[in-house]
Write a protein that binds this ligand. Structure first.
Ligand SMILES: *Cc1c(COP(=O)(O)O)cnc(C)c1O
Length: 350
């Protein structure tokens, strides 16, 4: 499908010069930013930029794609969750008993400056061996789900994506197929080219999107989401809590209610991993818990994501909930409501 590749190249800015020409940000320190871009290259789509305020360097969308000298802080690991040392076959991460994650490509539509796989932009080579991954999964009937990730798997040539989907769907014990992609906000135009039909032919596909701010959603996003839903794709969002970008309850609420309106269920709000080059985006964990507690009960339950941290060494994600059980007596538990009131609740004995 040539159209996908065409859009892809035409709508993508890959140099700092092009990006600064496009923006109207006064006083950009091009020398300092060029130094950053040499380590962590610029990549952003025209579609994403079209939703940003081109004159405001603090714009929540621009901050996600504009190089920042803070990225050169060399503290923190490149691979926080230990993905590189935990691949039983190249490109496959098997952290949980029933599901595996495939790193199918290191390419993305955009380079999000807060990316936790930033190591791949610096030339860290990803190897993905579909045959070996397929064999590994076939030999392990306890695996029921495959997450097709990267990079962004929707940057793959359509024939390759189809091949991966077909091989995985053909494994009898694989009951759930999930794709992770930033495309709905980075390049929604790819869905007008027959990609929805391809996904429909493997229905149902679960797709996890990545939106961090309500301004990342526009009419084209809405249309792409509608096309995907018509094709039987079930949409869930994974956002990252980012300092100065979405770290308050009002923005998180607007993001999550707007996502629901276009048929995308908020699934995770991730605490930003302590990965090298993204430390300046991190808030405290308490900030996240505070935001989550302030939205519990106040907005639709459908708009309530898990707030999770991903632990080092592949120990997995932990969901953080504000303490609900605050006391126990005589077979009853004392619970805190979303309004901060307390209520005794009769427990059952086992
Ligand atoms: C996040 C993740 C998953 C999926 O976890 P869910 O909680 O099911 O969304 C699977 N494998 C790896 C390696 C992950 O990092």
């Amino acid at each position: 499908m040539k159209l996908q590749e065409m859009n892809f190249k035409k709508d993508t800015i890959t140099s700092l010069e092009e990006l600064s020409d496009y923006l109207h940000v006064p006083g950009m320190d091009m020398k300092a930013l060029a130094q950053v871009a040499r380590v962590y290259p610029v990549r952003v789509t025209g579609h994403f930029l079209s939703m940003a305020d081109k004159s405001d360097p603090q714009d929540p969308l621009l901050r996600q794609v504009l190089p920042d000298p803070m990225e050169l802080d060399d503290r923190g690991p490149l691979d926080h969750t230990g993905e590189e040392s935990q691949q039983p076959v190249p490109g496959l991460i098997h952290r949980y008993p029933d599901r595996v994650l495939l790193l199918t490509t290191s390419n993305c539509f955009m380079h999000c400056r807060h990316c936790n796989r930033k190591r791949y932009w610096k030339g860290h080579v990803l190897s993905f061996d579909l045959e070996r991954c397929e064999r590994y999964i076939r030999e392990r009937p306890l695996i029921r789900e495959v997450i097709i990730s990267g990079g962004d798997p929707l940057t793959l040539p359509v024939e390759r994506l189809e091949q991966i989907l077909a091989r995985i769907r053909a494994i009898e014990h694989i009951r759930i197929v999930r794709i992770g992609s930033r495309s709905l906000t980075a390049m929604p135009a790819i869905f007008s080219s027959g990609l929805c039909d391809l996904l429909a032919s493997f229905s149902p596909i679960w797709m996890n999107t990545h939106f961090n701010h309500p301004a990342e959603i526009n009419e084209e996003t809405r249309e792409a989401a509608a096309c995907l839903r018509r094709s039987g794709v079930i949409l869930n969002n994974q956002a990252v809590l980012l300092r100065g970008i979405n770290d308050n309850a009002e923005i998180i609420t607007r993001l999550n209610t707007l996502l629901l309106e276009i048929g995308i269920r908020p699934y995770y709000l991730y605490h930003c991993d302590p990965v090298r080059g993204v430390l300046h985006f991190r808030t405290s964990v308490d900030r996240g818990i505070e935001i989550i507690s302030s939205v519990r009960g106040k907005v639709s339950g459908l708009a309530q994501p898990f707030f999770a941290v991903d632990l080092p060494g592949g120990m997995g994600k932990v969901n953080l909930e504000p303490g609900a059980v605050i006391g126990r007596r005589d077979g009853r538990i004392l619970l805190r409501t979303f309004q901060g009131k307390t209520c005794w609740y009769d427990d059952a004995t086992e």
